[in-house]
Design a protein around this ligand. Sequence first.
Ligand SMILES: Nc1ncnc2c1ncn2[C@@H]1O[C@H](COP(=O)(O)OP(=O)(O)OP(=O)(O)O)[C@@H](O)[C@H]1O
Length: 929
Amino acid sequence: MGAAGGDDSSQWDTESLGGAGQEERIFVSVRLRPLNERESLRNDVSDWGCISNTTIIFNKSVPERCLYPTAYTFDRVFGPDCSTKKVYEEGAKEIALSVLDGFNSSIFAYGQTSSGKTYTMRGVTEFAIADIFDYMQKHQDREFVLKFSAMEIYNEVVRDLLSPDHTPLRLLDDPERGTVVEKLTEETLEDWGHLQELLAVCDAQRQIGETSLNEMSSRSHQIIKLTVESSAHEYLTAGNTSTLSATVNFIDLAGSERASQTSSAGTRLKEGSHINRSLLTLGTVIRKLSKGRIGHVPYRDSKLTRILQHSLGGNARTAIICTMSPAHSHLEQSKNTLLFASCAKEVATRAQVNVVMSDKALVKQLQREMARLENELKNAGALSGNISVSLLREKESLIEKMDREMKELIQQRDLAELRIAELLSTGDAQASRLLADSDKAMGARPVKAWMDTCSASISLDVLDPNRVDLDLRINSGVDYLQYPGSTGGPFMYDNRFSEHATEGPKFKGSGPNQVGDENTQMDCRFPIETETSEQVQCGEVKRTTTTIKDRKDGTLSPILEETKQVAATAVPENDNEQPILNEKEKEVETLMQKIQQMQKAIDCLMGFQEKEQGSASHEIKGSPKTAILARSKSCRTTLVKHPSLDLSEKVEEDEHTPQSESGIWHRSHLSLSLPAMKYSAQIEVKSSPNELEDVFSSPETNFSPPTRHSRKLSRQDSRKSVLSVATDIRTPRTKSSANNGGSSITRLSISEFKRLRREIIELWASCSIPLVHRTYFFLLFKGDPSDFIYMEVELRRLSNLKDLLFDREKSTGVGQTVTLTSSLKALNQEREMLSKQMLRKFSSKYRESLYRQWGIDVKSKQRRLQLARLIWTDTDDMAHIKDSAEVVARLIGFQDPGQGPKEMFGLSLLHGAVPRRSKNWISSAASVL
Ligand SMILES: Nc1ncnc2c1ncn2[C@@H]1O[C@H](COP(=O)(O)OP(=O)(O)OP(=O)(O)O)[C@@H](O)[C@H]1O
């Protein structure tokens, strides 16, 4: 251990000391005193010897040696011949003088009674204080203040050794300084002489008693505290200096003793008991600390450990000098001392420089700190303001740029879609030519007449841009070829032949085509040529399962019969046409891929824009995002209104066979992939009016369900437009024949529509949604492409509402607290209201018919209420739902629900909400979502 405080260059350089907050082990040394006169007289032998500066060994001549370790190593070991000066220099000085650097420090003397603790500590204390005086002498640039105090802990009572008053002192817990002794006398040490006086007072005051082992046995623990405060003169005059303040403790513990050895009794015995108990606590604390502070450290179990808490593993540098008697008679006590020393050397402390600031300096420093913080705040504010403004501008320009790009992409996509439609629509010419060529080759009839009866439409599924639904229809009246598609999905290849048509397409049959055969495998190819003649395009209807139906009378129509024959004949492929076809396929593929890429970019841009604009709530997750490009190339309508056609009902009956009973509505699904392509052609685009017939018409009741509102969503909302573009492109030929009635608008996936509607209906029931809302929604949305958006929104709103209802009472954000119970209650009230309306709105005759229809006894009590409570209850029965909607619609007066636009479905789902129109149904819906 080197001398601390002696090196001027490092006195005030706390960092160079490396002790600021750094962990440091307790410095443990052992001092072995010589056998004293008494021991020598007893012919006691010395059991211990020091073999080096750090190792003490047990005397091998003693038989018990085998029971104990024979060698102990410590930071320093001092033999019997070592002077106290050396013990101080090498075992305590550095620690003691670190007080001059602002570190608290403690020097302990621990050992059995009469082992030389007092002898050692007296010397160490004097040497240390002498060095401190010396240091002060050498550092006139600083002003030092030494404060001396002393106390003893006698029989677990703290006493002031500098005061004649032996009143026990209280221990106080100070949050900063730890345990402090209240009213402890503190003398400012003036000089060496003063120190000697004070030490003498302490000696005089300390409890000393005679035991058989020590004539002057210390019966108490003595703690001498020397607090060193220092500050530089130059700063003192400026009034803003900080002061280093630290305390060094010189602790002379009472010695552990055996009553049998000390022959103590009475007072001595009691003293010894307290001494041993407090030393036991000290040993426990040291042992616990040596194991890494695991668990509770019982500092408060004794006043000694409580007062010395900081010195034992806290903010202090600590050195322990363990004193030992070498006498064989004290072997047991010596071993205990060495055991204690072994534990102590494992204990770590964490000393920090203690700086005390003067009030003036403190005020000045606080002012500086405040100014600095204010400055930082200003800078931060200015910086963040600048950042916010620039960030905002950046985002705005980004949004504008994205908007432009998005519009461009949408335009390109639309053009691409139109291009494909154009290619396909003009394909009939090519098809006619090729078919005619083929027919000529096989002596068949010209195909032009047949082609005039054909229709084709193409549907682009934006959700799955790889898919293009090609809808080819050949009208035939009652006879038809039906291509349900390999999967039986909703998109079917529609192929109807006109009764009067004389020609049909060429089929390359791959299986037997017997009259009346069903599920015949056929390979059907439709070569299509572009009108622009820029490139040749080919659409190919892949291998499909063909169902051939007879006339009612069991005979085949001529065209059907001929077609079947043609199909069975299997025209050989024209090798010359194949490259052309491939080229066309490639172009279509290129177009489709371009569309796909553009759509992705649009979606990406819009998604990002919404995110940027904080309008993510408008996003409709899981939306089918299906865009339709339906194009008729037929001179006749391809979707003929049939009196018995109720598509929605048919769909309900069989999801996997989307063909009408009459079989006049079929589609074929054609999937094509197209690479990117740039378009510049200007193609006239015209939107067709929505001409779908009301699939919910109810002939029995003459009820007029809502007519279609405009299916076309505003282009102002580009997202909406992307989601629900429904464009019908007609060639002049189509236009000229449009008045034949019907429409070529292609419906979206009916199974998807059904799935959504079913989910919605179930959620209506789960959430006890008002029947009026259900009715209006049910009647207004029937599967039109644009309906999907509304349905997705409705589904999402309902899902969220269900989460709310089934979770716990939550505010809906509209000032209402909705629970499942309250919804149900409101629903019951609505049913009661409807039952009352029945009396006013329905004639008794009609009511009776309703009772009978709904299986209610016409003479039973509360018949109207029964009916009101029956409607909208069976979510699985679509007929029930439809009838329920009809009843409610009549009661509420939805005579022309079509006047109520779809936009009204931004209204609240909650009971009591008055249906109203919303200017922006999406934002309204978003508020609920
Ligand atoms: N290293 C030493 N060299 C010579 N004499 C010593 C040494 N250590 C102690 N002594 C003597 O041994 C006797 C007991 O010493 P001291 O009183 O310091 O023991 P102690 O540990 O303080 O005992 P207690 O715990 O009973 O107070 C004293 O007379 C002292 O002078």
